[in-house]
Design a protein around this ligand. Structure first.
Ligand SMILES: [Zn+2]
Length: 208
């Protein structure tokens, strides 16, 4: 199923929950927002739209990396002497080469590490685990672990800690239900899905 449909289902889950919890308008907005994001979260493993939106601007990072490589070469050339000079230039060239090789997926890895460090410095366990979730998602194949019960359980822990952190009852349930709705909407019993989801990874890689 496509991203827009997942997003709408997630938002719907948030809206229904907001009604049953009788939230105020701000609370409704939070529920719908959490539902929307959680409904999209499993597809963070795609090299596509969602990844593009979540990662830092790909081009910008690339230019900054290239600038650092270039400055490193220039600085070493002007200021360095002997071995140091050539080592600095070599490292500068290395950085320039890496900057042309970096992929969208590795950008997602870098973003995940950034979120993880943010969680560490803010001492927010949910943010730290979310960073870990993003890093792992950047390495696994599409529709694998993020679309499994294990992924759902991991996300559930993040959602539980998030609810504790903001102190708003119901957020955990919305997040888990919206995430689960994504897995169900990607299952093979629905006629528009050619592939199913490997729900029981790593125990079984059968598509359901
Ligand atoms: Zn999906």
């Amino acid at each position: 199923m496509n991203g827009t449909a997942h997003m709408l289902i997630g938002a719907g889950v948030g809206f229904v929950a907001a009604n049953s919890y009788q939230t105020d308008p701000a609370g409704t907005l939070i529920f719908v927002g959490v539902g929307t994001l959680a409904g999209l979260m499993p597809d963070i493993d795609i090299d596509g739209k969602l990844t593009n939106r979540i990662t830092f601007s790909y081009k910008m990072i690339k230019y900054i990396t290239q600038l650092i490589g270039f400055l490193m070469m220039l600085y070493s050339y002007i200021d360095g002497s002997g071995k140091e000079k050539w080592l600095g230039i070599a490292v500068g060239i290395g950085i320039l080469i890496v900057s042309t090789q970096i992929t969208q997926r590795r950008m997602l890895t870098v973003t995940g590490v950034g979120v993880l460090i943010g969680g560490l410095s803010l001492q927010e366990p949910w943010l730290l685990l979310l960073g870990a979730f993003i890093v792992i998602a950047s390495f696994v194949p599409h529709r694998s672990y993020t679309h499994s019960l294990l992924g759902l359980a991991f996300f559930g822990v993040i959602a539980h800690l998030f609810e504790q952190s903001i102190g708003m009852e119901g957020v955990y349930k919305v997040a888990v239900a919206a995430y689960a709705s994504h897995l169900i909407a990607d299952m093979k019993f629905l006629p528009f899905n050619r592939r199913g989801v490997k729900l029981f990874l790593p125990l079984s890689s059968k598509e359901i």
